[in-house]
Ligand binder design. Structure first.
Ligand code: SF4
Ligand code: MG
Length: 321
């Protein structure tokens, strides 16, 4: 399997105001995150809001500049490119956003919305662009007459189809989808997920699929990374993660998901505590909410360690030394 994207020790710290003006403090939105994405796969990134999953996605594309770390895409370190070269690189990495209404210019027709990335990247002449727009409207399940319409004339699901078509216009290798179905009705979610899966097969796409719910990414993801307060706490193949979650946080997230298969019995855990006041500088970030926390968890930060082939976890319960 070819590695398309390799992210190493990615950090994004935002400065934070503190009461004492002398003290400089940071919010570690992305705190030393490393992962790989293989060509043609879907890597799910899951966690509660504020865990840094969206910031991770945006930092990979340098829509947000990383504080440090390397982002190797197709053999090239994106973090070292000039802004100008990076803009050109975005032809190969596109994003689908959560709220298609907010991400589509309301004053532009769909045709104009879809044409924009082609113009930005200098792809095709007017006739070729027109043909490509009709082709891609059809690929996402819309008709070419929809090109004349404005975003408000569409349903939420149709708008997200437009958002997906826009992301595909430049023929990208990697799509970073940030909660692409979270704003949609449950009945529409499955349609959009199915469309994305079909497009992945037909167009040989690689996805990073960001979601706040493990249920949503279950069927679309080959592997899943679970994030908590800026760190990846568990990373595994989907089958392994859902059948045998290791990290207490993953277990808690899964116990909140209704699981139709009765053979999957799980400890029911209630997450206590509040994400905003559980930030500590030393030790495991989950300690305040973890029913298994010990003194070791307060003293030292667990590293993400592979404990079974393809299954990594950052928790002292699984450390062997
Ligand atoms: Fe809980 Fe300790 Fe594991 Fe953190 S390291 S998840 S506090 S058991
Ligand atoms: Mg988000």
């Amino acid at each position: 399997q070819n590695v398309l994207l390799k992210v190493d020790n990615l950090k994004k710290y935002f400065p934070k105001r503190t009461a004492s003006l002398k003290k400089v403090s940071h919010v570690k939105a992305v705190d030393n995150v490393s992962f790989e994405v293989f060509e043609g796969e879907t890597l799910g990134i899951v966690g509660e809001s504020g865990c840094g999953k969206s910031t991770t996605g945006r930092t990979v594309m340098r829509l947000i500049e990383p504080t440090s770390g390397s982002i190797k895409f197709d053999g090239e370190d994106l973090s070292k490119l000039s802004k100008k070269v990076m803009r050109k690189k975005r032809r190969d990495i596109q994003m689908v956003f959560q709220d298609p209404y907010a991400s589509l210019n309301p004053r532009h027709t769909v045709k104009k919305i879809l044409e924009e990335p082609l113009i930005v990247h200098g792809i095709g002449n007017a006739q070729e662009r027109k043909e490509r727009i009709s082709e891609y409207l059809e690929i996402v399940g819309l008709d070419s007459y929809h090109g004349k319409r404005y975003p408000h004339q569409f349903s939420g699901g149709q708008r997200q189809r437009v958002g997906i078509a826009r992301a595909l216009m430049t023929n990208p290798k990697l799509i970073i989808a940030d909660e692409p179905v979270s704003a949609l009705d449950v009945s529409i979610q499955a349609q959009v997920l199915n469309l994305m899966q079909k497009l992945q097969e037909d167009l040989k796409l690689t996805y990073i699929f960001i979601a706040h719910d493990l249920g949503v990414v279950r069927h679309i993801s080959d592997r899943v990374a679970v994030m908590y307060l800026g760190s990846v706490v568990e990373l595994a193949e989907s089958e392994s993660l859902y059948a045998e979650p290791l990290h207490p946080y993953t277990k808690a997230l899964l116990s909140a998901v209704p699981i139709p298969d009765p053979t999957y019995e799980r400890e029911q855990m209630i997450i206590t505590g509040d994400i905003s006041n559980s930030v500590t500088d030393t030790g495991c970030k989950f300690q305040a909410r973890c029913p298994y926390a010990t003194i070791t968890c307060k003293m030292s930060t667990p590293d993400l360690v592979e404990v079974k082939p393809g299954h990594s976890v950052a928790c002292h319960l699984y450390s062997t030394d």
